[in-house]
Ligand binder design. Structure first.
Ligand SMILES: [Mn+2]
Length: 305
C-alpha cells in the first residue's frame, strides 16, 4: 500500500474529521457476486491511493475550493455479504440525508443494499440513471438473486424506484430476460450505438427531460459502460462502449437534476493495465465532485429528499 496522509486523498479534499461533508465516500470491497472475473474488491483502495496524485481542479479550470469530502474508508463485515445487506443498508441510510453519498464498489451487486437504503430513506420517488454495458435485469443469475446481473431488477422492486423513472445509458449487451423486461415495462434506453450516432450532449438533454419534476435522482455507474479501450480493467470488457469523454459530458450536463447520490462499480485493479481503468474512474469521480460543487454553489439540494 502506498503511503499517504489521509488529507491528501481525493485531490487533497478529504477531511476525515469533518462532521458535515458535502460528499461522503464509502467503499464496499466485495466481488463475490461477479458472474465472470472478479478483482473489483480491490477497487476502493486502489482508486483511493491514486487519488492523491491528482489536482483539485477540473479540466474546465473549475477549482474545488470549499468542497468538503469525507472518506469513511471501507465497510467491514464478517461472513456472507447478502446476510450483511441490512448492515450495509444502515450505513448508507444514515449518511444520505446529510451528504451526497458516493459508494465505491465492488461488483455491481453492492448497489442492491445501497439502493434499498435510498428507497428506505426517500420520501419521494427516485429517478435512476443506470450507466452500464449490461441491463442487469435478470431476476436470477446462476441461481442467485443477488448476482451482479441482478441489481437493476432488484431496484425495480423497491417502492420509490420504478421502470418509468429509470433510464439505461450505454447499454449494448441485452440478455433475453433483460430485453423482455425493458420491452414489457417500456423502459427508456439510450444504447451505446445511439450515443455514438447522436452524440452524448444531445442524448443527455433527453435524459434530463425524462426526470423533470422529480425530487431525487440516483446515478449508478458501472465502469464497463466505457469501451475496453478506455477501461480494460473490469470483469466483462464489452466492445463498442462509451468513451471517458462521453461519460464526462453526461455527468457535467446533469446540473439541472437533483442528483443526490451515486455509485461507481466494477473497476478491477488486478485486471487493469497501468491503472488506466482506475484513473478513468478518478476522472468520473472528479466530475461527480464538480456536479455536487456546482449544485451546492447554486444553493441547490445535494441530499436525499
Ligand atoms: Mn452492472
Amino acid at each position: 500500500m502506498d503511503q499517504y496522509n489521509s488529507e491528501q486523498l481525493w485531490a487533497g479534499l478529504n477531511r476525515p474529521d469533518t462532521k458535515l461533508p458535502d460528499v461522503s465516500i464509502i467503499g464496499i470491497p466485495y466481488d463475490g457476486a461477479a458472474c465472470y472475473r472478479s478483482g473489483a474488491s480491490e477497487a476502493p483502495d486502489r482508486i483511493r491511493a491514486l487519488s492523491v496524485e491528482i489536482p483539485p481542479v477540473l479540466e474546465t479550470g473549475e477549482v474545488f475550493k470549499g468542497l468538503v469530502v469525507r472518506d469513511s474508508g471501507n465497510l467491514q463485515w464478517t461472513g456472507d455479504f447478502v446476510a450483511a445487506h441490512p448492515f450495509i443498508q444502515d450505513e448508507i441510510a444514515r449518511r444520505v440525508g446529510a451528504s451526497f453519498v458516493l459508494t465505491l464498489g465492488g461488483d455491481h451487486s453492492v448497489s442492491i443494499p445501497v439502493l434499498r437504503a435510498i428507497n428506505r430513506q426517500a420520501n419521494e420517488k427516485v429517478g435512476l440513471i443506470y450507466v452500464d454495458a449490461h441491463t442487469d435485469l435478470s431476476n436470477q443469475f446462476r441461481g442467485s438473486s443477488f448476482s451482479n446481473g441482478c441489481p437493476l431488477r432488484r431496484a425495480m422492486e423497491e417502492e420509490k424506484f420504478s421502470p418509468e423513472w429509470t433510464v439505461l445509458v450505454g447499454t449494448r449487451c441485452f440478455e433475453t430476460e433483460g430485453l423482455q423486461f425493458i420491452q414489457d415495462k417500456r423502459m427508456k434506453v439510450f444504447p451505446a450505438y445511439e450515443i455514438a450516432e447522436r452524440g452524448m450532449q444531445t442524448v443527455t438533454r433527453e435524459i434530463t427531460k425524462c426526470f423533470e419534476g422529480l425530487s431525487n435522482v440516483y446515478l449508478s455507474i458501472d465502469i464497463d459502460a466505457l469501451d475496453p479501450a478506455f477501461a480494460p480493467g473490469t470483469g466483462i470488457p464489452d466492445g463498442g462502449g462509451l468513451s471517458t469523454r462521453d461519460m464526462m459530458t453526461l455527468i457535467r450536463a446533469l446540473d439541472s437534476l437533483p442528483v443526490i447520490s451515486a455509485d461507481l462499480v466494477e473497476v478491477s485493479p488486478p485486471l487493469d493495465h497501468s491503472d488506466i481503468t482506475s484513473f478513468a474512474a478518478l476522472r468520473i469521480i472528479m466530475e461527480i465532485f464538480g456536479l455536487v460543487k456546482r449544485r451546492r454553489s447554486l444553493g441547490k439540494r445535494i441530499t436525499l429528499l
